[in-house]
Design a protein around this ligand. Structure first.
Ligand SMILES: [Zn+2]
Length: 196
């Protein structure tokens, strides 16, 4: 509605219906035609806009792979900031400062059977040592973390749990599939040697 204008009788009726819950507002963005409706444009102009916005650019209906997306992101960031700045920014965003860091949030996802006793038993099994870097409990001020190998915080099988220092635990927030494979190999009991 234009500033200072009046609602038409029709839109007044609609508004009143909305208030009474009788009128369901059309979902926005259903199609380009819907979005352009109400904006005074010639048919021809409308068709042009629609064509321009829905033109097949070769990626239509396809998705970039995760790797490709990462590259595109890095490349476009590098164009604007230069590679050196990018490197420094990524360095500065490690760990707790990184937007992916979910320290506080992750805690709420743990279920009830995620007990201190269970965590202690895992630390005990791992001799109170970080399984990545070897840091020992006695060398750090806070309790060693217990990490879920498959990132499922409800999956408390000891083979899915591993003791890590806080620093290494943060590292497992990135390159998740590699870390998962690493720990699975580490925790899977070795097959008995074949008899000759
Ligand atoms: Zn560590």
């Amino acid at each position: 509605m234009k500033h200072g204008g009046h609602h038409s009788a029709e839109s007044k009726a609609k508004m009143s219906a909305v208030h009474k819950g009788k009128w369901v507002l059309p979902r926005p963005g259903r199609g380009i035609g819907d979005r352009l409706r109400g904006i005074p444009q010639s048919e021809e102009h409308r068709r042009k806009i629609s064509r321009a916005l829905t033109a097949n650019n070769g990626m239509r209906g396809k998705h970039h792979s995760e790797e490709a997306r990462r590259k595109i992101g890095v490349a476009s960031a590098a164009r604007v900031r230069g590679p050196e700045t990018c490197r420094r920014m990524s360095e500065a965003k490690r760990g707790e400062l990184h937007p992916n860091w979910r320290g506080g949030l992750a805690k709420r996802e743990y279920t009830e059977d995620w007990t201190a006793t269970l965590r202690r038993s895992i630390r005990e099994r791992d001799r109170y040592t970080c399984r990545i870097c070897g840091t020992q409990q006695q060398d750090v001020a806070v309790a060693l973390d217990v990490h879920h190998v498959d990132y499922d915080k409800t999956h408390h099988d000891p083979l899915n749990l591993v003791t890590l220092c806080r620093h290494c635990h943060r590292r497992t927030g990135f390159n998740r599939s590699q870390w998962q494979a690493f720990f699975v190999l580490m925790l899977t009991p070795a097959l008995p040697e074949q008899e000759q």
